[in-house]
Design a protein around this ligand. Sequence first.
Ligand SMILES: [Zn+2]
Ligand SMILES: [Zn+2]
Length: 176
Amino acid sequence: MSFQFQCPRGHLLEGDPSQAGQQCHCPECGMLFIIPAPLPPGPGGAAGNWPAGPQFPVVGPQFPAAGPVDFSAQPSSPVVPPEPQPAPDAELLHIPCPNGHELETPRDMLGQDVLCPFCNIQFRLREKDSVEFKRKRKEELERKERRQGKAWFNWAIIAAVLVLLLLLFLIFSSSG
Ligand SMILES: [Zn+2]
Ligand SMILES: [Zn+2]
């Protein structure tokens, strides 16, 4: 069963009662508006039509009759371009040699024995020696400490509330 309604500009449209309350664009003028609920059948027996006139809540901006339509104010899902992620294969690790020379090595060199070009010392590239790994571990440690600090803060609040309740209880029990 369909019913008729009008867009804010007065174009007569037809819709399903289940669409009432939904946003729709008038196919005639492109106006964005909310489909009104169908009126109960009038005394004449026919399904009542919405009275004419722009009296519905208009959701979108009032477009000028001519000219470019501004869609910027409409609720639309913006297309977010995917963040450019560095390919994991191209990731470079900085691993210091035993003498402290920092060498740039791709990830697939890990576990291999290399010669430091600065001091010719042979050493093994290990991820846990890399600057990146140590930085990551430090960040994780700091995160953990922050979490623990927050937990302590929460416990302090709970303790304060409990003490307050206890005080209130003592006051009330002594006065009564
Ligand atoms: Zn219209
Ligand atoms: Zn070196």
